[in-house]
Ligand binder design. Sequence first.
Ligand SMILES: Nc1ncnc2c1ncn2[C@@H]1O[C@H](COP(=O)(O)OP(=O)(O)O)[C@@H](O)[C@H]1O
Ligand SMILES: [Mg+2]
Length: 292
Amino acid sequence: MNKYIPTQEIGKGGYGTVFKAKHYQDDTIVAIKRIQMSENEEGIKNSTLREVAISKSNNHPNLVKLIEMIPDIKENVVYCVYEFMPMDLRAYIRQNPGIKENTARTIIRQVLQGLDQLHKMDIIHRDMKPHNVLIDPSTLQVKIIDFGLAREFTLQPVPLSCSCGTKFFLAPELMLGQSKYTKTSDIWGVGLILSQLFSNKYIFPCRENEEGLQKIFSIMGSPKGELLQKFRECPRWTQDYEGQPGTGFDEFMPGASKNAIDLFVHLIDLDWESRYTAEQALKHKWFDEIVE
Ligand SMILES: Nc1ncnc2c1ncn2[C@@H]1O[C@H](COP(=O)(O)OP(=O)(O)O)[C@@H](O)[C@H]1O
Ligand SMILES: [Mg+2]
């Protein structure tokens, strides 16, 4: 670790602290995540090693590159050194209210391209939200971070009260107790990022799953027909969620074009089996529109 000089703390998530630092020789700027391993850790799991290998070897422009990993055995800590990006999407949205549709398109396309690459490698992100997407505001270059690596290390659940609002982005099937994350549960998060770009608002903020589900169905309408049968089979389904007409999401996609709304609807399809994949989403006509 001696070759890097920390300059400032830039993030604190559920799993570790992130510092901005510079290389002592060539002034390269990096972001270093300090991950405290739990006391009873018995070595690093194979799945983690696989992800590390992928993060290190990937050259996808929309996935953050892991430069190196430096273990500190005495402290039971691992330092992950990443390429540095100026800010995350949450900060960018806050600083740039009223983002133009073209900008939203450029951002979402890159998020989908990064996610498509992860999914093709059979990695499910599990925490798609603006916090986990980095952006360079001057070039609009976007990179996904935090793909499961730290979660594999520490085995600790994200605290419920986590201010980064992980729950806000959780797909309904997961809130309903379907135990497996799927690729399309990542896509739900991308849909919510899209609406946040347009509205600068969280569409389904919640503290608990039940509250989240109530919000989702009150806006989108409860599932009906065959889809309702499918939802009724989920472990935490209750009748309370049924029969809501849905108030619509106009206020969460203000000023959006018809095509942007059409894509949004497919990204937040309640049916996790017909919800778009990243590959399908990238073929949506919204991305064919001319970008000035
Ligand atoms: N490579 C990076 N460049 C700039 N900022 C980063 C970088 N990696 C992480 N951050 C900042 O640190 C925060 C936490 O990092 P993350 O990897 O998501 O950790 P956690 O597992 O704690 O969520 C991010 O939301 C972002 O603001
Ligand atoms: Mg994170």
